[in-house]
Design a protein around this ligand. Structure first.
Ligand SMILES: [Zn+2]
Length: 92
C-alpha cells in the first residue's frame, strides 16, 4: 500500500438529502416513549443538507404526549487508505 492522505479534511458535502439506512433513536424526555427516526428508504427521513464533522441536530416529536426536543450528532467523514488485498483498516 503506497497511498497516503495529505492534509486535513476541510471540504463539504454538496448534497440535499443523505439516506444512511441507520436510525436515530431517542426516548421522549416527558413520557420515555422510544422514538426511532430511520434515515433511509422507504422511510421519509434523511439528513438534510448534511455537514461533515460539524455538530448538527435532529428534531424529535413524540406523538404520545406531543413533546418536541432536539438531539445532536456529528456525521464523521474520514479518508483512510486500505490494503486492496485485505480488509485491514475497514473496521477501524
Ligand atoms: Zn412523550
Amino acid at each position: 500500500m503506497n497511498l497516503r492522505i495529505d492534509g486535513q479534511i476541510t471540504g463539504e458535502i454538496d448534497c440535499k438529502r443523505l439516506y444512511l439506512g441507520c436510525s436515530l433513536v431517542s426516548n421522549c424526555p416527558k413520557c420515555q416513549q422510544e422514538i426511532n427516526i430511520i434515515l433511509g428508504p422507504p422511510e421519509y427521513y434523511y439528513l438534510s443538507y448534511p455537514k461533515m464533522n460539524k455538530k448538527q441536530l435532529m428534531h424529535f416529536y413524540c406523538s404520545e404526549c406531543q413533546e418536541a426536543w432536539d438531539e445532536f450528532f456529528v456525521l464523521k467523514v474520514d479518508l483512510i487508505p486500505i490494503d486492496p488485498l485485505g480488509t485491514k483498516n475497514l473496521s477501524d
